[in-house]
Structure formats: structure tokens, C-alpha cells
Ligand binder design. Structure first.
Ligand code: PA5
Length: 479
């Protein structure tokens, strides 16, 4: 048997806006004329990284640019001094948790959980949590809470780990752990859920303080209430969300990497994909640069009235990537009365709910398809009905057509219909959904968001608008 592991593919993803140009929403000349400003926005976004590192932040300015070269730094440290690297520590803890429990509950909200959810849904078995442990390769189930204050949904998860408040058995298959993720350490939704599940976990481990501490992994800023709680519990593993990396840009810190590694995602390949996108972003000329072309087309389309950006995923697996991107774009650029409105759809599903409006409704949308070249699994083919019925459904002429063939026909047919109605569409093409392509895609979308911010004069970092609801909520609770 060969001991050489096959090299996973590292094909690039592509961005193709040809149909938006053909629809006339954005002219090729306008896009070419924007090139110097896109180049300048790239330079400024990269200079932000140096400015942040050298402490050149202006008074009162939020500058969370350290996410940009984070994948490169994590990989470099892992390759040069493996055992002291952050990635090694993440992988070690992932292995310890994986072997100790059969369910991991991630508590977090916004940027502290949406990236993890995107990775989980894109890269794990679509029914991971429903599979028996053996078929999950010994990897725990992953559940999410603390992203809302929904009484019944929290109770629903409690039913799984402690029905009627009573912990299940101490068998491996009933054991669970929790990852608590909060950069500030003080977000009420996450903090309330932490109390709830911490007290339940304390009962589950029979009051054993050491086991409790080992079953809770906080991921947080260096200081704050969660860091203090972690110290009080005595958690042996606590991961830092580094300074200079904001919540919605934190998917390639322990926030996303630890849960991803626990459920068996190849986090090294994920980071390799992100680093590959960084290279293209830095080096490719504007006209061949997927990040800059994506920004340019979105910006010009918005000026032409397409203020709604639909990210249309042609795979169920990428819906949570779309929701993560909705949050990224909204919190980063929805400021000072400006910013396009993002909207995630899954096609063909949503052609039966939103298709009418996208084809015939207000002309305020740019549709960016996310199209996947190859499925991960063998191709399903339409079977004959022989022995069950005759040709009542009149599909005999399609027998043998595969699911990917039907999806390709749907994609091409939808784009054709939009083109006929001069509806602008563009395509992001993923050769397949794997760690490398998802790493590229997430990094591309994060880079595009900050470049667009610099292009339009909006600071993409920080989310001052979210403070208002927190203030009024806490005032009411403490009245
Ligand atoms: O992008 C962001 O910074 C936000 O979405 C935060 O992630 C979210 O508000 C949660 O904050 P925290 O991690 O401090 O609990």
C-alpha cells in the first residue's frame, strides 16, 4: 500500500461578469476606467495591514486589517516551527475534544458563529449530525446556540443533552463539550447561553471540576468577561481571537478552525486556499483579478441602480456561506446611509419563491451565481420506473440524465432567461466544493468587502450601529 497521500487538487476559482457586461448594466469601458481606483483601493487595503501592525491607527479608528495575511502567517508558523504554532495547538485540542465527546455545542453570534456554520455546511456530510459516530469517522456532532435568545430552540438543544434537565449517561456517545466564542466576551445572547449550558454540563460531569474545565473551550479576546470566566473555571485550552481581527473576519482564527478541525475538515487545505487567493489578489493585474473585478462590477452595478446583491448558490451546501457573506457585507458597508443590500438564495429552490421577482420585478438586483463544477459524490441518474409504473410522469425520455446534467441545464436556462430580460448576472465558478475552493471563496469575499470599503470611503471595520440595540436592551433588562 502506498504511504504517499494523494495531493488534493488546488484549482483556482473564477469570477466571470460577462453577462452583466452583455446586459448593459455595466459597460466594459466603465469597468476599465475604474481600474486605477480599484488598484488604489487594493493598495490602501494592503497598506492597512502594515498600518495596523506598526500601530499607525488613528485615534478612534477601528482597523481590523490583520485578517488579510492571517492564513499566510498561520501556515508559515506551522511549517517552520510546528509544535509551537497556533495551528498545532488548534489541531491538538481538536483531537482531544474529538476523542472525548460525541457532541460539540458552539455558542456564539454573528461573526462568532456564522463562519463555522458556513464551513460545516459546505464541507461536512449534509446529514453529519444524523449519522452514527462510526459513519462520521469518529467526529462529534456539531450544534449551535447562543446566536439568539429563543427559549424553545435552547430548550430543544437541552432536550438532546439533558432531557427534562437530567444529564444523559456518561457513555462516550452521550458526552458533550462546548466552545464559547465571543471576541468581546460580553455579548448577552452568548453569555446567557453559556450560563445555561455550563450549569447543565457541570451536572453532566457530576461536579468534577477538572472534567468541566476540559469540556469548555473559550475562544475570546485577551481580556473581558469570558476570558475571566475561563480563568475561573480553569479551562486548560483557551484560544485567542487576535487583536486586529474582527468577528466577521475571524473565520480563519480558532473561531472557525477549531470547530472545523473537530468535525474533520482539513484546515491546512482551507488556509492554503485562502493564501492562494491572497497571492492572486496581491499580484494579478486589475483586469484578471477576481477580487477587484468582483468589486468593480458590484460597485458600477450599484451606481446603475442594482442596490440589491443576490448571491445565488447553485448548491445547498453553500447557503450558509451566503448567509455569512450577507453579514460580512451588511456590517462592513451598511454605514452612513450607504451600502448595497445582500441577499442569499439557493437555486433552483428559490426560483420557485423569488424567481418571479428576479425575472420580472424591480430592476434593482445584481445576481451573482455561485456555480460548482463537479459534485463530490458519484452522479445520480434518473432511473426507469419499470416494475413500478409505466411512463405516467412522462420522464422516460430523460432516463439516464444525471443530477448534475439537470442542474447544468437549470443554470444555463436561468441565465438565458435573465439575459433575455437584460437582468445582470455574473458567475463565481468553483471547480468543486472542497477545503481549497472554500478557502479561496471566503478570502475572496472578505478581501472584496474591505476593498469596496476603501473604494467608496466607508471604513469596513467595526459595526457602531449594532451598539444601539444592545444599549436599549440592557437598559430595559436592568431597569
Ligand atoms: O463581526 C462582528 O464583529 C460581529 O458580528 C460580532 O462577531 C458579533 O456581534 C458577536 O460579537 P462577540 O464576538 O463580541 O460576541
Amino acid at each position: 500500500m502506498s504511504v504517499v497521500r494523494p495531493q488534493p487538487p488546488e484549482d483556482p476559482i473564477h469570477y466571470d461578469p460577462a453577462a452583466t457586461l452583455a446586459a448593459g448594466t455595466v459597460s466594459p469601458a466603465a469597468l476599465a476606467a475604474l481600474a486605477p481606483r480599484l488598484d488604489a483601493a487594493r493598495t490602501e487595503s494592503l497598506a492597512d495591514v502594515d498600518r495596523w501592525r506598526s500601530g499607525g491607527t488613528q485615534a478612534g479608528e477601528v482597523l481590523d486589517a490583520a485578517f488579510v495575511d492571517l492564513p499566510d502567517r498561520l501556515l508559515a508558523a506551522y511549517k517552520t516551527d510546528r509544535t509551537t504554532s497556533e495551528l498545532f495547538a488548534i489541531l491538538q485540542t481538536a483531537r482531544r475534544i474529538r476523542e472525548a465527546v460525541d457532541r460539540v455545542i458552539v455558542l456564539g453570534i454573528g461573526g462568532s458563529y456564522m463562519g463555522t456554520r458556513a464551513l460545516f455546511e459546505a464541507l461536512c456530510h449534509p446529514f453529519h449530525n444524523e449519522l452514527p459516530r462510526g459513519e462520521r469517522g469518529g467526529r462529534p456532532r456539531l450544534s449551535f446556540e447562543g446566536f439568539n435568545v429563543d427559549n424553545d430552540s435552547a430548550q430543544g438543544l437541552m432536550d438532546l443533552v439533558a432531557p427534562a434537565g437530567t444529564p444523559r449517561s456518561d457513555d462516550l456517545l452521550d458526552r458533550w463539550a462546548m466552545l464559547v466564542v465571543s471576541k468581546s466576551g460580553g455579548t448577552l445572547e452568548t453569555a446567557a447561553a453559556t450560563r445555561l449550558f455550563l450549569t447543565t454540563l457541570a451536572r453532566a460531569v457530576g461536579g468534577d471540576r477538572k472534567r468541566l474545565a476540559e469540556s469548555v473551550v473559550p475562544i475570546t479576546g485577551k481580556t473581558g468577561k469570558l476570558a475571566a470566566l475561563a480563568q475561573a473555571i480553569g479551562c486548560p485550552d483557551v484560544f485567542d481571537i487576535p487583536d486586529g481581527v474582527g468577528g466577521r473576519f475571524s473565520v480563519f482564527t480558532a473561531v472557525g478552525l477549531l470547530p472545523a478541525a473537530i468535525v474533520g475538515i482539513d484546515v491546512v487545505q482551507l488556509l492554503e486556499g485562502a493564501a492562494a487567493m491572497n497571492r492572486r489578489f496581491r499580484e494579478a493585474p486589475v483586469a484578471d483579478n477576481p477580487v477587484l473585478q468582483f468589486v468593480g462590477v458590484g460597485h458600477l452595478a450599484e451606481q446603475a441602480g442594482a442596490t440589491i446583491r443576490v448571491l445565488s448558490s447553485w448548491s445547498n451546501r453553500l447557503e450558509a456561506v451566503g448567509l455569512w457573506y450577507d453579514q460580512l457585507l451588511s456590517e462592513s458597508l451598511g454605514k452612513d446611509g450607504k451600502g448595497a443590500t445582500p441577499l442569499t438564495t439557493v437555486t433552483t429552490r428559490d426560483l420557485h419563491s423569488r424567481g418571479q421577482q428576479h425575472q420580472d420585478g424591480r430592476r434593482d438586483k445584481l445576481i451573482t451565481n455561485v456555480i460548482v463544477g463537479e459534485p463530490r459524490r458519484d452522479r445520480l441518474a434518473l432511473p426507469p420506473l419499470a416494475g413500478v409504473a409505466a411512463n405516467e410522469d412522462q420522464l422516460d425520455d430523460l432516463v439516464g440524465k444525471t443530477w448534475p446534467e439537470m442542474l447544468t441545464a437549470a443554470t444555463a436556462g436561468t441565465n438565458e432567461a435573465y439575459a433575455e430580460a437584460k437582468r445582470p448576472t455574473a458567475d463565481i465558478l468553483l471547480p468543486r466544493i472542497d477545503e481549497h475552493t472554500v478557502g479561496q471563496l471566503l478570502q475572496m469575499l472578505m478581501l472584496a468587502t474591505v476593498v469596496e470599503g476603501r473604494l467608496v470611503g466607508t471604513n469596513p471595520y467595526g459595526q457602531p450601529g449594532v451598539e444601539a440595540y444592545k444599549h436599549f436592551m440592557m437598559r430595559r433588562l436592568r431597569a
